[in-house]
Design a protein around this ligand. Sequence first.
Ligand SMILES: *Cc1c(COP(=O)(O)O)cnc(C)c1O
Length: 389
Amino acid sequence: MQSTLRRTWAEIDLDALEYNYKKLRAHIGEGVKFLGVVKADAYGHGSVQVSRLLEELGADYLAVSSIDEAIELRENDIHMPILILGHTPKEQVANLIHYNITQAVTCEAKAIEYSEEASKLGETLKIHIKVDTGMSRLGYLCDGDYFETGVDGICHACGLPGLYAEGIFTHFAVADEFGDECDDYSKHQFKLFTDVIAQVEQKRGVKFELRHCANTGAVARFPETYLDMVRPGLLLYGYGEFAQMLGLKPVMALKTTVSTIKTYSPGTHISYGGIYVTDKKTRMGVLPYGYADGFFRCLSNKYSLMSSEGPVELRGKICMDMCMVDLTDKYGVDVGAEIEVFGPQNPIEHMAELAGTIPYELTCAVSKRVPRVYLRAGEIVEKELMLRA
Ligand SMILES: *Cc1c(COP(=O)(O)O)cnc(C)c1O
């Protein structure tokens, strides 16, 4: 549905997304395919709109975390290849095939289930083998003593009827962290990955079409890991130190407005718990932005938002639907004025640091109540509110 309110909204700058995509393409160079990670509603930016643009720009692949996310894209006319990174129950194999979705295969038991289901249907399911090289989450365990059994398991999966192993991938655990220890860990992961591939390809006499592992940290720092395809998420959206290093632009700006202004005497307790007490005559603005919109309550009394006249301090506890800011010396900021929660004027990295988290969590946390407004050349091209999607 369309939102009628000018309350709190997320502006998604499609030009910035296009800019980031093109800049990343130039950065990775010729001959490397590009998979855009659009899981979790494209990190809160809207997976349909982001995928549509990536498809238009010629990206090669998309990745999501679940079959529901993948089907949502197919039902919105996204035709490019989609890989599901997470688990899909075997009952959904018919849907995977029907919607032409690629499934990650992470262990022997799943390979067998998927093979049986696809065979029953007389169809072929496209899969990418997931190798656990040190993330210790999903994937065939191949490190140390597990090398031979891992390789054998992968060979077995690739040869099963009803499965076509188009690709193989792994995921780095610390590619976005600095220091020799982290670099060594990533190098070890990469070497193990290429060793596994070499061994599997040699045993089977078949090469994988798509070998991929480079997430944001690796795309920024380890060109040697690009192989056939890179797999960034965060970089596309333009946040974090690597995006800054590469000169990428933040795609989302979260904005709100001043709904009410009141002036309090000194000694007035503000909001639940009264943790803030005015120390002077204070002109206080109420913003219709609270934790139900994705504002982290731990930022109560700590954060400053950006007005046209500079930073405005958050005062007192963040409520479900509202928060209060000090507008005492900001006389140009009146009822209806726009306030940037984070965005180009107020970097999300700063908010993440104060909240003790990472930008990923903040854009994912922007709740469904917040309409996404899509911009091209500064003009609104689409508004979407997903209260009941
Ligand atoms: C989320 C995810 C990515 C993207 O990670 P970024 O750090 O955003 O680049 C890549 N691969 C897998 C398996 C993921 O789960």
